[in-house]
Design a protein around this ligand. Sequence first.
Ligand code: CU
Length: 503
Amino acid sequence: MFTIAVFSLFLTGVDSTVRSDHLCNRPCIYGASPFTCEYYFTVEWYWVLSKACHECPFNLTDCFRPQCITANGYPRPVIAVNRTMPGPSIEVCEGDKVVVHVRNELEDGSSTSIHWHGQTQFNTCHMDGVGLLTQCNIPYKETFRYEFTAHPAGTHWYHSHTGMQIGDGLLGAFIVREPASRDPAGSLYNVDSSDHILVLQDFLDYLTITRYLNEMHNMWEVTIPIAGLVNGRGQKHIVLNTYGIINTTQNQSMTPREVFMVKANSSYRFRIISAAPRCPFLLSFDRHKMVVIATDGAPLKPATVDSLVIGSGERYDIVITTNQNSGNFWIQCQGIGDCEPNEGHASAILRYEGAPEADPPGNFTKWQHGTIFNPFPDPKVNRSLSQDIYQDSLRYGGTDEDYTSERVDVKYYIRTWFFHCHTDGHMQQGMAMVIKVGNLTQFPTPPSYFPRCGGYTYRDVLYKDTTSSTWRLHKNFSTNVLLTIVAILQLFLLENPFTRLFL
Ligand SMILES: [Cu+2]
């Protein structure tokens, strides 16, 4: 085993895009020894267009300084990891051991926790990061050390699983690569780079809890003002040269969009993550088809489309072939449903090498999206239903797994799952339940030093009766979180890639 420890705080590069400069971001070689990949995350309240941004956006270079979060140009509080949003990407190979030290520096005293969305956590379910369920929330000023094996391969992400911290920025990409030879779609692309990870957020001009309370308690509030961000960047608000303190002839400017650089005549794997806690998005690349090759970490039989709909928490891997003449092209992410009326869109730029550093010609055009993958029933979407590809027609694209036959390869117990809607307000309103799989005595044992809060771990619930050598319930079980279980199910999980949607 190699141990690679890097303080990612100092290695986030010159901008806040999502590339990982960690040594664990490497080509994955079949049969090679796994690495131990160690990261240090400091979670803290931070600020859009902070002092670290100097003269951004009047001096655009300043917008790419370390610790400068530009978002859509509206100064507001955010919860950042190492003063970036999205937080530092984790990019590892399948089978690596991932160690993340999460330090809570949230100055209002809030607690936090981080869930590794899409990771199976075999035998480490206590590292799943669901606050108050699989672990205590991490208190202010304390550090929690997550440690688990990266599995399965694919495009995943991490995010806070405490309160509504996702909407305020506590999220990042979590990419688990495998040797290209193991990827059924490996022959369809030439480039699978950190430079083509696209993290989509919806974003407010105020804290997420404000929107939630407004929706819940303000009888007049019916609109949802939202803007989209791609890799933490968007362009919505005009920034004024307040007080005239920046020495420029401009009196207003706008924050930069994210730019994805490509070369002509090649094929790129784009890894698209929807970290948007609220909006589904309709996503397309102007004048480029997209070949969908995976969802939520599972390979699909490739499908060629013009655009796709991505919901909260979902991931799609697509291949873009750069078959146009050099130029700039819009990457359009249109918020749909109730996110449409209020400028709920994000845009980024696909720029061919040699093209001018400029916006693509023509405006961001809505609703021209051809064949749609997984269409959302929105009457404004201009489409021919007969062409569209629906989710239930997706086919598993793997070659080495026969998930339809009734056989049990492995038996494992995953203790408790928090099965929930990934739209933040919906979860808070109760679209969630705790599912316990297996008997308490069958669960993997957390380390003896694992922190406790109020007796939620199985050890606090059970004790071993030394005379009969059987497990018994403690009498003071009444305060235990397990009492909130609304359903106890025996689940028979087939190795179906789509079950991973809910992890
Ligand atoms: Cu999640």
